[in-house]
Ligand binder design. Structure first.
Ligand SMILES: Cc1ncc(COP(=O)(O)O)c(C=O)c1O
Length: 420
């Protein structure tokens, strides 16, 4: 649980009685309990048996999150995304020894390719699909695969600021001699590098291309958010290494499944080697679950031809994100002290219409002269965000998750609008 975690009493709608909720939230509750009730709540929490964890609603809003607004369509999907795994299944380390990625379940490979063909966001023909424990593992695998083992110097890993805060953290946490974080790609001087290109970008939603172009340089494209609920699908991406994840495409962050589309066989082999050395493969149970979930999404669109529009995940997600961005822009305007990136739009080949960019995070700037630390200012008004300086940027900016639950998002909006 992050340091932001706090416990407080709140009324649950289902039982309408006071219940302890552990929360790591964008919002600090208005109804902070009195010390005595807080102590009682802590005692109740300690007494609660571990199996009762479902009583705890855990929100991870200001850090990387699952996609909460995606919860509703999954509740309505019925058995289309359900999975029963008999005790005797998925016992071996191996899945398909004829595949470069020998621990990948063929069903998962099929459903990844099918979904990309349905959406048209990435080329899959001629690519190796690799599975990872989240795309985070495949990001590390790519660094390992692209860094020569015999180089004098560690490979420099760069990304244009503001960049996803995990890039420097994950690159440097084991202090590898193969690679090291070298900061903003725009100020990098040299020929050998790995450039991380996140598009749409976390934290500011910008559509990005690589900024460096040396022959010895390599790019890894993190396309976690290149899905129709967040951005128009303007082209079929065909980069050498592309990373995706169910965390952002379908909202199943807890399944811990990501995938890479890799052109070059040797790079695919080295990335696979990393996963082998790191975790001897990837949970088959999770792969099968992810395959089922991806299949349900594609089926929603196949069935859509027959009219089953209820199960079109991306349509639901896009409507939700459009509505949230509308609310946020109105709140920022009502407040008068915040600015947001301009709205951009493009022709979406998937939706076959012009669509706006609706990033999963808002990159909010506080324009008040006397506020240099926007995160601190918002914290003082019971709104928790992540400071721009965690993304290699100015602390006048903060990153706000657009993927919280409806009730928390509504409170956030009304608090933001009231700030002057
Ligand atoms: C840009 C980006 N890439 C990767 C990830 C992590 O994905 P996964 O959950 O698959 O490890 C995140 C999570 O927030 C992200 O924002």
């Amino acid at each position: 649980m992050s340091p932001r975690s706090r416990s407080y009493s709140s009324s649950t709608s289902s039982t309408s009685r006071t219940t302890t909720i552990t929360v790591s939230s964008l919002l600090i509750s208005n109804s902070t309990p009195a010390p005595r009730s807080r102590a009682r709540a802590a005692r109740r929490r300690e007494r609660r048996p571990p199996g009762n964890q479902q009583l705890l609603r855990i929100r991870l809003l200001t850090s990387t999150t699952g996609t909460r607004p995606c919860l509703r369509p999954w509740r309505e999907t019925g058995d289309a995304a359900e999975l029963v795994i008999p005790g005797w299944q998925t016992m071996s380390y191996f899945s398909d020894i004829s595949n470069v990625c020998w621990f990948m379940e063929p069903l998962f490979d099929q459903q990844v390719r099918r979904l990309h063909r349905t959406v048209g966001n990435a080329a899959v023909d001629g690519y190796h699909v690799l599975v990872g424990t989240g795309s985070t593992q495949l990001f590390m695998a790519a660094l390992y695969a692209l860094s020569p083992a015999d180089a004098d110097q560690p490979m420099s890993v760069v990304s244009t600021a503001p960049y996803y805060s995990s890039y420097p953290a994950v690159t440097d946490f084991l202090r590898s001699s193969l690679f090291r974080w070298a900061g903003d790609a725009n100020s990098f001087v040299g020929d050998a590098y790995i450039e991380l290109v996140c598009s749409p970008n976390n934290p500011d939603g910008a559509i990005r291309d690589a900024v460096l172009s040396s022959g010895a340089g390599k790019a890894v494209h993190d396309l976690a958010y290149y899905w129709p609920q967040y951005t128009p699908i303007t082209r079929r991406a065909d980069h050498d290494i592309m990373l995706f994840t169910v965390s952002k495409s379908t909202g199943h962050a807890g399944t811990r499944i990501g995938w890479a589309l890799v052109k070059d066989r040797e790079v695919a082999r080295r990335m696979t080697k990393f996963v082998e050395l790191n975790t001897i493969g990837v949970s088959k149970d999770s792969q099968l679950r992810a395959a089922k979930v991806l299949r349900a999404v594609s089926d929603g669109y196949a069935a859509a031809a027959g009219g089953a529009t209820r199960h079109r995940l991306f349509d639901f997600g896009r409507r939700k994100m459009v509505e949230r961005w509308r609310m946020l822009r109105q709140a920022a305007a009502a407040s008068g002290i915040f600015s947001l990136p301009e709205e951009t739009s493009g022709r979406c080949n998937f939706a076959n219409e012009t669509a706006a960019n609706n990033p999963a995070f808002a990159w909010l700037r506080c324009d008040r002269e006397d506020v240099e630390d926007c995160a601190g200012f918002l914290r003082g008004h019971k709104i928790l965000t992540r400071s721009g300086n965690q993304f290699g940027a100015d602390p006048r900016y903060v990153r706000v998750s657009m993927l919280d639950r409806d009730d928390a998002y509504d409170i956030f909006i009304s608090r933001l609008a009231s700030l002057k």
